[in-house]
Design a protein around this ligand. Structure first.
Ligand SMILES: [Zn+2]
Ligand SMILES: [Zn+2]
Length: 395
């Protein structure tokens, strides 16, 4: 029972076990490799498709840091049917919209057996979406530890200017080579760290839903996430120094929180009120035609905001919940240690938007959160006013 807690990350792949939560969990990702020279495992993970056509997708940047190496490795090892798709993005940001998804679909031949996505957020999400629609397996070679979507069935995409989050599917394998990850820009590493810090309030938020709404919870998944977080937080300073162990720990945590989501079959272990608030900010940036700020950066900033909500609600919380959320000062200190931003003003969140997001994020998703809890108690407005003042001063 709960064997997953005793497994090293590469053995988590493909595991199946009876859990103390009463469910039988299955984790369908077949291969995980994180660490120095992990990219060599691409040959092993892609081996079942060796005789078929393989489409490798990258952009200018990810080609340089990992795409070229991936293609070389496959060719050296006798893979003969490789087709390359390069997105010439220049300095533009690739967006997972009709153009990007359509391009992949056009290049994806019917007899293609496997897609290898070389990149981070956008290339991963785009390949995930198209392969889910076409029923083909895909492998992700990560180029930045920037978000937790590598092992997540959801694929955020854009259609006619709107952001959608349709269900897609999981990759068959994920590769996080620390030599490649260490070439990622500072802000992307900081964003991955921010996304991980967000799990603190996600877990506390889940607890509220379990206690108030009797929602399902898997303690094994919670333990899995918490252990991964501890490992990252112990060496948060190492991230901006590109320390291999710190990067490995971050990548593992991003994968393991995805694993916990897949096992529990809900996004609860990875996303709570902090994600809802960050989503509200992101929607506003899209509406204003701005380039969205990294998801994890916004989630990181929203985390101590949610911690403050827990603090204001302290005496009204269900028994044992308050203890799950550390003081906001502690979370802010943690964010700084990992090199990420703590102040919403620094990413252009206006006082009005901030206040609006506290009042309205509770119904962004049909799920129970500490925001809804505060609203049901009739305290959301008063708390939103106070926290806005804590960040932006008196009006
Ligand atoms: Zn996230
Ligand atoms: Zn379980």
């Amino acid at each position: 029972m709960d064997e997953i807690l005793n497994l090293p990350i590469y053995e988590v792949a493909g595991c199946e076990f009876d859990c103390s939560c009463g469910r039988h969990h299955v984790f369908p990702v077949e291969g995980i490799s994180v660490g120095k020279n992990a990219i060599k495992d691409l040959v092993k993970f892609a081996a079942p498709y060796k005789e078929q056509k393989i489409l490798v997708v990258f952009d200018n940047n990810t080609y340089k840091v990992a795409g070229r190496k991936a293609v070389e490795l496959l060719k050296e090892n006798g893979f003969e049917h490789i087709k390359e798709l390069l997105f010439e993005t220049g300095n533009d940001i690739l967006i997972p919209d009709e153009t990007t998804l359509g391009r992949i679909l056009i290049e994806l031949d019917q007899d293609c057996g496997l897609v290898i996505a070389v990149g981070s957020g956008v290339i991963n999400d785009s390949c995930k979406y198209v392969t889910a629609k076409t029923g083909k397996p895909f492998i992700i070679v990560a180029t930045a530890p920037s978000m937790d979507g590598y092992v997540s069935a959801g694929a955020p995409i854009f259609s006619q200017g709107f952001k959608l989050s349709p269900q897609a599917h999981l990759p068959i394998a994920v590769i996080g080579d620390t030599d490649i990850l260490s070439t990622a820009p500072d802000d992307m590493i900081a964003a991955g760290f921010g996304d991980i810090v967000g799990k603190i309030t996600a877990i506390a938020d889940w607890d509220v839903a379990v206690k108030v709404k009797n929602e399902y919870r898997c303690d094994t998944c919670v333990t899995l996430v918490n252990r991964a977080l501890d490992k990252v937080f112990r060496n948060a300073e190492g991230l901006q120094k590109r320390d291999g162990e710190a990067l490995s720990a971050l990548m593992e945590a991003l994968i393991l929180t995805g694993t916990a989501m897949a096992l529990a079959d809900v996004s609860r272990p990875a996303s709570g009120a902090e994600h809802m608030i960050a989503h509200c900010w992101e929607m506003d940036e899209i509406k204003r035609g701005l380039n969205p700020i990294h998801h994890g950066t916004q989630v990181g900033i929203a985390t101590p905001v949610v911690a403050r909500i827990f603090e204001h609600l302290h005496d009204d919380l269900p028994e044992g919940t308050a203890e799950l959320c550390p003081p906001h000062e502690e979370i802010e200190e943690l964010l700084r240690r990992g090199g990420t931003i703590t102040d919403p003003k620094e990413i252009g969140i206006s006082r009005e938007l901030f206040h609006y997001s506290l009042l309205n994020s509770h119904d962004i998703r049909p799920r129970y959160s500490v925001l809804r809890y505060a609203k049901d108690l009739g305290r959301l407005e008063e708390i939103a006013d106070k926290i806005t003042e804590e960040y932006y001063g008196k009006e």
